[in-house]
Design a protein around this ligand. Sequence first.
Ligand code: GLN
Length: 194
Amino acid sequence: MRIGVIAIQGDVEEHIASFRKALGERRERGQVIRIDRKGVIPSCDAVVIPGGESTTIGRLLEREGIADEIRGSRDVPIFATCAGLVLLAKHGDEQVMRTGQPLLGLMDITVNRNAFGRQRESFEAELSLSFLDRPYNAVFIRAPAITEAGSRVEVLGTYDNLIVAARQGKMLALAFHPELTDDTRIHHYFLDII
Ligand code: GLN
């Protein structure tokens, strides 16, 4: 199994480390590699889009031709966190529209890029996620949220009445940062999807 982490900007190393840890826990052979140019996506069994600045990551994905490769890889499992969730969305909020930042537009969701406002730039919360039997301690950093979801989207978790975890087919979108905690249960859920 080969998992590619988009390595343009953001918390790339943490994602690589936590997927390697999860693969090790399952005693599964697998490679976790960086994607920083065109031509790598077709050889990957799954793609990880990290958090960071969605404007920067989105623009560079377009410029490098990686965005079109992701759009063209139908059905490739995608693990998107925070800024990655913003990029997966079909529709953005007013801020996204005004700046014209490019989105991948793969998931039937509308996002609010900075849903929790400045007062709560970062925080941790115990989430109950539909696919886990115990609460999950989630780290939110300038987190987005999903404000509308289409019929093909399965809501996996909410916080403050906002959707913060969702799945559509093999795409998993998380508003928080599972790569920043030791808990790999969400990674295992995704590895099962792959
Ligand atoms: N809200 C940020 C953005 O849209 C994402 C923050 C993050 O990834 N930690 O770029």
